[in-house]
Write a protein that binds this ligand. Structure first.
Ligand code: NAG
Ligand code: NAG
Ligand code: NAG
Ligand code: NAG
Length: 377
């Protein structure tokens, strides 16, 4: 048996993409000291390779990496998030009482020679909280490559939900029309300043295990890295929404979906994901709405899931859509309640992108999937 889910990949109007957040999956309370970044470990790779790469680390259920802002560089740990298009980091000007800000690295404009004031207000709301601040312009360095004159947000207020994130801020990699006010993204600027060989970037996600801090997950800026996938890419043209048809079990008419590196799980509407998880034999996890678990002994007998994207089936095996956490096998497919009259859509997070190496082709406005090659080393 194979269960089918028909998805349409669409880009949204700006409204719903800004709505997306990285759900902190396992908020861990830790002493404040442990949040302080190790400033002498920026993990910046040299800029000379043709397509520069950023090594992503998996910490507290998030993939993130170091960047610097300003001259000399101030280090920040950020999530490279295809579900949004703005870069923001906490500001040294934030309130002393704002714990989320105080427990993360803060940008100090006065300490940067390349800082320029912009000042326009910035605000973004996610379903689980928001941030507020103002815009500034400075050099942003990613993978050792300085990107000049980038407009980003210094954040002065953050919701408490950000207290528990390992990342200081978010670096939006979404296509620029997702940005709150259509500013160019960091990657747009890299393309504009000829810092990358092609307007394409790709994600390879390796392991979810926290203990594997030497994670091989990488973001390739300016191309794809053939070491990390096998076979050909299946492309989805984002400008053309085509209905899938067939006798699928779920989303027969097709459901809108986005590919979001800033989310870990595969998230969909509450009712549909509940049906799907129960059909797979899932049992509700008490206290976490929309979350299901399975008997680990059943995993081998559970069906594959096919996500049909514009007619192309992309399969996940039971091992690929579940995660084992302390002896419990949890479903990676989580239900979310969408607000009244809000667009309902699926989010293909890093659980999906781990099986399918994903390239974002900004020029042709399309996304390509190829089977990730995890057999290296
Ligand atoms: C990188 O390029 C610069 C100039 O383009 C050169 O001076 C430097 O040696 C190169 N570094 C490496 C590691 O190849
Ligand atoms: C910000 O940088 C300036 C200039 O280096 C320094 O005088 C000031 O103390 C810094 N502010 C904080 C809060 O660290
Ligand atoms: C990939 O595409 C090439 C050229 O279109 C084709 O010859 C080849 O068979 C394809 N490979 C796979 C694994 O589908
Ligand atoms: C997967 O990666 C390994 C190690 O880099 C390589 O030896 C192997 O040929 C790759 N497999 C495919 C099908 O490309």
């Amino acid at each position: 048996m194979i269960l089918l889910v028909f998805l349409l990949l669409v880009t949204s109007g700006s409204s719903f993409a800004a709505d997306i957040i990285n759900i902190p999956l396992h908020p861990v309370k830790a002493p404040i000291e442990s949040f302080r970044r190790v400033l002498d470990d920026p993990q910046l790779t040299p800029p000379n390779s043709t397509a520069p790469e950023v090594k992503l680390r998996f910490l507290k259920a998030e993939y993130n990496a170091y960047i610097t802002i300003g001259t000399p560089g101030q280090v920040f740990n950020v999530i490279f998030d295809t579900g949004s298009a703005d870069l923001w980091v906490p500001s040294v000007k934030c309130d002393e009482d704002n714990i989320a800000c105080q427990t993360h690295n803060q940008y100090n404009a006065s300490a940067s020679k390349t800082y320029e004031a912009v000042g326009d207000p910035f605000r973004v709301n996610y379903p689980y909280g928001g941030v507020k601040g103002h815009l500034s312009r400075d050099t942003v360095t990613v993978a050792g490559i300085p990107i000049k004159d980038h407009v980003f947000a210094e954040v002065l207020e953050q919701s408490d939900v950000f207290q528990d994130t390992s990342a200081d801020g978010i670096l939006g990699m979404g296509f620029a029309h997702l940005s709150v006010d259509r500013k160019p993204t960091v990657f747009d600027k890299m393309v504009e300043q000829n810092l990358v060989p092609a307007p394409v970037f790709s994600f390879y996600f390796q392991s979810y295990r926290e203990d594997k801090d030497e994670s091989e997950s990488v973001l390739t800026l300016g191309g794809t890295n053939p070491d990390h996938y096998t076979g050909n890419f299946t492309f989805v043209d984002l400008t053309r929404v085509r209905m899938s048809n067939g006798f699928g079990t779920f989303c027969k008419q097709g459901c809108p979906a986005i590919v979001d590196s800033g989310n870990t799980l595969i998230i969909g509407p509450f009712t549909e994901t509940g049906d799907l998880n129960r059909r797979l034999g899932g049992i509700r996890v008490l206290g976490i709405p929309g979350m299901y678990r399975f008997h680990c002994s059943r995993l081998n007998r559970m069906p594959d899931l096919e996500f049909i994207i514009n007619g192309t089936p992309l399969t996940l095996t039971s091992k690929e859509y579940t995660m084992e956490v302390d002896g419990t096998c949890l479903s990676a497919i989580l239900g979310r309640r969408f607000g009244y009259r809000k667009p309902r859509y699926w989010i293909l997070g890093t659980f999906f992108m781990r099986t399918y190496y994903t390239q974002f082709d900004r020029e042709n406005f399309r996304i390509g999937f190829a089977k990730a090659n995890h057999s290296s080393k």
